[in-house]
Ligand binder design. Structure first.
Ligand code: ZN
Length: 77
């Protein structure tokens, strides 16, 4: 159950345990977004980043329930 989509111009792969979002600055690098967190440096500094935003945005667009981040995306993928 893996699905590749594009959200806000970001390439996102939805998998069973989280999402992968492609890095724009480093081709071939994918960041793991899981449980509302991203592993990229931007997220470590600011607690937010465009990878997480893309996953949130997808999740909202698909009317996930209360827990808007990846646990819900899981149900959709
Ligand atoms: Zn990130």
């Amino acid at each position: 159950m893996v699905k590749q989509i594009e959200v806000n111009g970001e390439q996102v792969i939805l998998g069973g345990n989280g999402a992968l979002v492609a890095s724009k600055s480093q081709p071939g690098v994918w960041y793991v977004v899981r449980a509302g967190q991203c592993q990229c440096k931007g997220y470590q500094y600011r607690s937010r980043c465009r990878h997480l935003d893309a996953v949130k945005s997808y999740s909202r667009a698909h009317q996930s329930q209360d827990d808007w981040y990846f646990n819900n995306v899981q149900g959709v993928a």
